[in-house]
Design a protein around this ligand. Structure first.
Ligand SMILES: NC(=O)c1ccc[n+]([C@@H]2O[C@H](COP(=O)([O-])OP(=O)(O)OC[C@H]3O[C@@H](n4cnc5c(N)ncnc54)[C@H](OP(=O)(O)O)[C@@H]3O)[C@@H](O)[C@H]2O)c1
Ligand SMILES: *[C@@H]1O[C@H](CO)[C@@H](O)[C@H](O)[C@H]1NC(C)=O
Ligand SMILES: *[C@@H]1O[C@H](CO)[C@@H](O)[C@H](O)[C@H]1NC(C)=O
Length: 329
């Protein structure tokens, strides 16, 4: 029975993943690495976790030592910090080669925001990235939003071909965490902050720039699919660049996203009017945030689709209309 180590168990994705693991793989012993010391009872009793280890992402030696004890590492906690991925990789390298170590790393399609246009407008020339293009996968680099750790994972094969790496790139995740700790997706948090700050929900330019959002349930079920794939006799399948997967929901224009949030915030009394407004890049916020509202996120995921990925969850406007949690902490 392989031992699984999970990073991010209290987050939006991880909180659902531990419950899905409990339900679908009740016999698989799961260790979680969490910094919160007041929810051990929930984790072991309700979520059925075998072992809880307390620690922070900054404790690299502790992470390395813990990884060394496990066969499969699932990292849905840290996709932007090179040092955490380096600590995980150090631990995997210390595993005996015959043990077939597996790393499932979650990154994001935020890496693939269009670099040429930042005007909030849809451009037919915008690059459409594909998880089925080895060239695109080889282009992943540390300059990208969360590209550092993903690029590190993809180089592991050079020195340690025995370590099977899988990288999942979800688009912007929305939903609500499961369990005792509340966590919402980045876009939910961003829209709420902007509404509070500006008194309305903004979009950049004419708001036709395409973004992509994915419900958290679609992410968790796909991570389990990857877990299955990693345990097949044929694993690891192909090169590291053939174990990368883009998953998302329907493409949607920013203006439509903003309108959905504006209606919901207005209904909750957070803003005075449900009307959205176009803003300048400067008003949209800091560089990271500007990027997501002003630059297109265009991708296709044929490789994920061949594995059976199909988006069946509500899209963002539907989620909001159905009363999904939108107001941040
Ligand atoms: N949401 C998205 O749209 C999206 C898309 C693609 C990729 N990602 C990335 O994927 C990862 C997980 O996403 P998410 O939406 O599930 O994020 P989240 O809800 O913010 O969860 C982050 C998890 O990491 C833990 N964590 C954060 N800092 C830590 C530290 N210093 N030490 C120990 N644990 C720490 C959190 O624990 P606490 O409960 O203690 O804070 C939580 O369990 C993030 O790195 C995110 O950037 C997110
Ligand atoms: C730890 O979890 C408890 C229980 O849900 C929560 O109230 C508290 O804010 C969390 N602590 C931290 C530091 O996140
Ligand atoms: C490592 O890369 C080589 C060449 O691309 C490939 O044949 C091999 O299957 C890969 N192994 C793993 C475990 O990724």
């Amino acid at each position: 029975m392989p031992l699984i180590l999970l990073f991010g168990a209290t987050g939006l994705v991880g909180s659902h993943l531990i419950l899905a693991l409990r339900d679908q793989y009740p016999k698989l012993p799961v260790t979680v690495y969490v910094r919160n010391t007041s929810i051990d009872n929930y984790l072991t009793t309700t979520a059925g976790v075998a072992r809880v280890v307390h620690g922070d992402f900054s404790e690299h030696a502790k992470i390395t030592a813990l990884v060394e004890e496990h066969d499969i590492v699932i990292n849905v906690g840290s996709s932007g910090d090179d040092s955490v991925t380096e600590a995980i990789m150090e631990g995997l390298k210390k595993r005996p080669a015959k043990s077939k170590p597996v790393l499932i790393h979650m990154s994001g399609t935020g890496n693939f925001l269009e670099t040429r246009f930042d005007d909030g407008v849809h451009h037919s020339e915008s690059k459409v990235w594909s998880d089925d293009s080895i060239e695109d996968m080889k282009a992943i680099n540390a300059e990208m939003y969360q590209g550092g750790p993903a690029a590190l994972v993809l180089t592991l094969n050079k020195t340690h071909p025995d370590i099977a790496t899988y990288v999942v790139f979800p688009s912007a995740i929305f939903g609500e965490s499961a369990g005792p700790i509340r966590s919402l997706g980045v876009i939910q948090q961003l829209m709420y902050q902007k509404a509070k700050e500006l008194g309305f929900v903004p979009y950049v330019g004419d708001g036709t720039a395409i973004v992509n959002l994915i419900h958290v349930d679609a992410v968790t079920s796909f991570v389990l699919k990857i877990l299955d794939l990693s345990q097949e006799p044929s694993a690891p399948q192909g090169s590291q660049y053939e174990r990368t997967f883009f998953i998302g929901g329907p493409d949607i224009a920013w203006k439509e996203v903003s309108q959905a949030f504006a209606k919901a915030f207005h209904a909750k009394g957070i803003i005075a009017s449900p009307d959205t407004r176009s803003v300048s890049l400067a008003e949209a916020g800091e560089p990271g945030i500007q990027g997501i509202m002003s630059r297109e996120m265009l991708f296709v995921g044929p490789r994920a689709q061949r594995l059976g990925y199909k988006y069946t969850q509500p899209d963002l406007p539907e989620y909001v209309r159905n009363g999904g949690d939108v107001a941040s902490l």
